[in-house]
Ligand binder design. Sequence first.
Ligand SMILES: [Zn+2]
Length: 137
Amino acid sequence: MIETPEISCPACGSVDVEQTENEHIAQRPYGGPIKMRILVDRCRACGVDGDFHGANDQVYTTADYLARLSATRPMIDEMNAKGVDDLTFERVIGLEFGTLKKWREEGCSPAEFALVYLAVQEPRMVSALDDTHWWRT
Ligand SMILES: [Zn+2]
């Protein structure tokens, strides 16, 4: 237990707040479960508990990043297996050559991750938008 006199209770304003560190397992819709340490504030005066001052925001942001990072490479590989290669995806979305290689190694933003996720779910969407088909036929 950590004493934190500078934190006040959002419900009653008391500064008689104790803080405990708990292990929490976050299950994201992708990647494996992410184990993290979160801080829980508890007001000794009124019993309210929670994250009174956003101490866990960075913990959740980091957990999300790690979940995306671990899931990006297998998801791009799955997209490739469903017939959408890196070049086609990059051309259709308007990304620089080599972007998917970078995402595999360094991870990507939530929006970029969502694009790959959609391509995995509906690879025909990417193929339908590939305008190189128009002049090939
Ligand atoms: Zn309180």
